[in-house]
Design a protein around this ligand. Structure first.
Ligand SMILES: Nc1ncnc2c1ncn2[C@@H]1O[C@H](COP(=O)(O)OP(=O)(O)O)[C@@H](O)[C@H]1O
Ligand SMILES: [Mg+2]
Length: 249
């Protein structure tokens, strides 16, 4: 379990996160929703120790992130960044995905097996020899995802996984998340897409101005006026609303 306990985070003298209390269990998908600037990425980066609390603490399977290195934590918590191109540093897709597993002391065969499996999960089979930076934006996002999947960590953080996928779809992301949950992994899904949260999450949290303002089953999102939370309503709801307004005219 990842436990966020009374977390505050300040940056340049400004409080970006305030009194956050959260749990992420294995085998669970937690959706972290909120508009741009709410603090979602800042919070997510605390779960793998990239950022440390100004106050409060984060425990990953009982280990305080303050007393653990990012390298250690990256074996437990995988993070797929919002801007994946920044993380690539090799000239070849295969090497990029093989790098993490290579650090785990696995055999060459096992590494190759993991690279294959991860690339196929994200629909990039056959891309092994391409240059990461020559890929399209959507393909880079999928490659970033493959790098994390190949680590086979117990927890996976996906930061806005459905933005900018070049049409490779929503459905594929839903499928990958379902697979991760099926394997008993804990998934933190950072998104402003309510539809995605409804489709795959077990629990949803809304962050607004650095505070948790909602935490419940995803269905309960539909009892809110999502517009008040800076979130876009799913298409079905917008259509229903338009219909009912037209009917009452
Ligand atoms: N590197 C940074 N330095 C200073 N402030 C930042 C930095 N990154 C984000 N912020 C600020 O922190 C707040 C939360 O940002 P972020 O966590 O990226 O939100 P979200 O992911 O929900 O869009 C915003 O007000 C943003 O301007
Ligand atoms: Mg963000």
């Amino acid at each position: 379990m990842i436990l966020v306990d009374g977390l505050y985070h300040s940056r340049s003298g400004r409080e970006v996160l305030r009194d956050i209390n959260l749990r992420l269990e294995r085998g669970e998908v937690l959706a972290l929703l909120g508009p741009n600037g709410a603090g979602k990425t800042t919070l997510a980066k605390h779960l793998n120790g990239l950022l440390k609390p100004t106050r409060g603490r984060v425990l990953v399977d009982g280990i305080d992130t303050k007393s653990s290195s990012v390298a250690e934590l990256s074996r437990k918590v995988g993070y797929v960044f919002q801007e994946p191109e920044r993380m690539f540093f090799t000239g070849r897709v295969f090497d990029e995905v093989a790098f993490g597993p290579g650090n785990l002391g696995l055999s060459e065969d096992e590494i190759e097996e993991r690279v294959k499996r991860a690339l196929s999960l994200v629909g990039l089979e056959g891309y092994e020899d391409k240059k990461p930076l020559s890929l399209s934006g959507g393909e880079m996002r999928r490659l970033a995802m493959a790098c994390v999947l190949a680590m086979e960590t117990d927890y996976v953080i996906l930061d806005e996984p459905t933005s900018d996928l070049d049409g490779w779809g929503f459905g594929a992301v839903v499928e990958i998340i379902g697979k991760l949950r099926g394997e008993g992994k804990g998934v933190l899904l950072v998104t402003h897409d309510v539809e995605l949260a409804l489709e795959v999450s077990d629990r949803a949290v809304i962050l607004s101005n650095g505070r948790v303002v909602f935490e419940d089953k995803p269905e309960e999102l539909l009892s809110l006026d999502l517009r008040d939370y800076g979130l876009r309503e799913p298409l079905g709801i917008r259509l229903l609303r338009r219909n009912s307004i037209e009917r009452t005219r």
